[in-house]
Design a protein around this ligand. Structure first.
Ligand code: NCD
Length: 347
């Protein structure tokens, strides 16, 4: 596997570990500036000229609504033209073409490849196989990583202020790639801002040791628990996740339960927020979720002003604009445009 450079020097966004505190801050600040620029028609038109000579290939071999739409919208904002494959069964892969040959083909047409795949290592192999001229973004790699979701989650928390908050990750933490990437990214905060982590799940769904090893290296204060109800009143942020049972597909029990119509969520019904327990949360505790949700957050919670998961969706598009702009080295131009905008506003 290629030694990945820090995100500023890199032509790809593959893992959460590519980001350090400075680059996270840079992306958050760039996102804010892009949002200000986009407030006017002139600003939006200017953004569309930034990468209007570029083409992106969106290869999504796993289901996606938000992430796919978010990247499409981000490309539109920057004027990037898009191509897509969402159903590999109608690509040459069914003729026996290897994954790498397929990506080599895409790279002949596209300057940027945005990919989601159930094989967690494929993203590294693709990054190794393609030339440095191709930019690559990981939009979800198996049960391992989802760095752009983590970026938008970090940005959402940055807007609240990090301030040593206590965050609880709840649900299927063993296979939830968003939690894995987010924990790694948040572990990069300096001591004065660092968050305290609680991993809340039954033992067979708990966060894996590889993540805990990284947290130890970064001196992160963390605890593992299976007692959600007890923890609820102590935290400032809850990051709720769904059961990732698509990974059970090869398991006969999965098929049997599906056949019998037994919801797999029954198994973890203690790990929820709904009208019956929401008042145990602090009045200013923020409720996050990468979505899609199932039963773990009742829809009545949407009306509660502690719920920020729909904001996360919007934040995702802007953070992805900033990330793509950064990979194409457009940061300086955006900063200058932002300064011009500030001057015009003062006149
Ligand atoms: C997540 C994913 O695909 O990992 N969805 C997303 O991209 N927002 C979370 C999930 O599917 O549970």
């Amino acid at each position: 596997m290629k030694d990945l450079e820090k995100i500023e020097k890199s032509n790809c966004c593959i893992t959460a570990q590519q980001f350090d505190y400075d680059s996270l801050k840079k992306i958050c600040e760039l996102t804010d500036k892009i949002r200000v620029i986009s407030e006017t028609k002139e600003g939006r038109d200017w953004l569309q000229t930034l990468l209007s000579d570029k083409k992106a290939m969106l290869y999504f071999a796993q289901p996606s609504s938000r992430t796919f739409m978010s990247f499409v919208s981000a490309c539109h904002i920057l004027g990037i033209k898009i191509m897509e494959i969402r159903d590999p069964s109608i690509s040459s892969m069914v003729k026996g073409e290897s994954d790498i040959d397929s990506f080599k083909t895409f790279s002949q047409f596209a300057d940027l490849i945005i990919m989601r795949h159930d094989k967690s290592n494929l993203i590294y192999e693709v990054a190794d196989a393609l030339s440095k001229d191709n930019k690559i973004i990981n939009a979800g790699s198996g049960a391992d990583q989802h760095p752009t979701q983590a970026l938008l989650d970090v940005y959402t928390i940055y807007k609240m202020g990090f301030n040593n908050k206590k965050i609880a990750f709840v649900g299927d933490l063993a296979r939830g790639r968003t939690v894995r990437s987010l924990a790694l990214m948040l572990s990069k905060l300096p001591k004065e801002e660092a968050l305290k982590f609680y991993f809340v799940a039954p033992s067979n769904y708990q966060i894996k040791d590889d993540i805990l090893e990284q947290l130890k290296k970064e001196n992160i204060d963390y605890e593992l628990t299976d007692n959600w109800e007890e923890l609820m009143s102590k935290i400032d942020i809850v990051y709720m996740t769904r059961l990732q049972n698509e990974h059970d597909k090869k398991n006969w029990l999965y098929y049997l339960k599906n056949k019998l119509g037994i919801s797999p969520d029954n198994a973890r019904s203690n790990y929820i927020i709904n009208k019956n327990n929401i008042n145990k949360l602090k009045p200013d505790c923020k409720i996050m979720h990468p979505l899609p949700r199932r039963l773990e957050i009742g829809i009545e919670v949407d009306k509660d002003n502690r719920a920020v998961y729909w904001e996360q969706v919007e934040n995702g598009m802007w953070v992805r604009v900033a990330l793509i702009a950064l990979l194409f080295k457009k940061e300086k131009q955006i900063n200058n445009q932002f300064l011009n905008y500030q001057k015009i506003k003062k006149i």
